[in-house]
Design a binder for this molecule. Sequence first.
Ligand code: DAH
Length: 347
Amino acid sequence: MADLGELSEKLAGIKQEITVELTKLDNSKAVFEYRKSIMDSKTGKIGSLMREMGKIPNELKSEYGKKVNEIRGWATAEFDALEVKFKEQEMQRRYESEKIDVTLPSKKLTRGNLHPTTQVRNQIVDIFGSMGFAIYEGNEIEKDYYNFTALNIPQDHPARDMQDTFYLSPEFLLRTQTSSGQIHVMEAQQPPIKIISPGKVFRSDDDATHSPMFSQMEGLVVDKGITLCDLQGMLDVFVQKIFGEDTKTRLRPSYFPFTEPSVEVDVSCFQCKGCGCKLCKGTGWIEVLGAGVVNNTVLEGCGIDSNVYSGLAFGIGIERIAMLKYGINNIKLLFESDLRVLDQIDD
Ligand code: DAH
């Protein structure tokens, strides 16, 4: 290319072509691609112009460079402007399509709750925890010795018939009562002792109020001068927190081999307030747990001097408390995981 006139004509042609092409583009990506093709230093209509410099006579080189820069500046401004315009439009379209209506009602989230048995267990743990009881977790598989013999229920003792036992071998069984934990604690530790022991127990028993697996909470206090009064005082706090401030306890004589004296603890009916209703079978009282003063034979068997120390013990059926508290008349409902039942109980 020898003269600038020819160059000007060529540049005008390029300008014209670009102007027309730009009117055909309709999005920023197309502008980007087109710009790349025009500005490519080897093949681009504008990008390759500088490569021609070699063919230009020296005296025209500066004028040539100026004109090339001019068209490069013009094209860049055109591309930039169009790209900005399209990008704005594209952003606008995205805003429109992704618009969220924050006033729409949200999907309802369903929240689970703890199982009623767990709720009651936690409440009982909290109540006795606040009275300074520590937690001892016993074993579900237990030696006959801990479940029976050490609790003053020797082989062939009729009290063994009170609890239908799942034996795993002549020596091992599934514990029938959390009372077995008492022995482990007293063997391991000298008084003062103040523990509760929640856990599963197992009996071959199955009807509306009994299940082959259920939960108990054992309580054991051993110290100097512990009496039945301490037992009733603690149980009063317990029943008032579980069933209501005005609930009273009543102790009735009973029999458990590991306590002497033994008592059955009743609470005043929290439904009819003692007047007599279906729940309390017209008596005004409901039986809730077994308890007593720890039998000296049991203390001595664990190496605790019964001349110095005395103890109290109690055993709470957790499902029984849950059934009374929430008005559940069949223990099966606590084992069937029916959400229609479980959803209603959230303390
Ligand atoms: N272990 C007894 C049972 O399962 C309940 C019980 C009664 C526990 C009296 C005690 C107690 O600690 O003193 O039937």
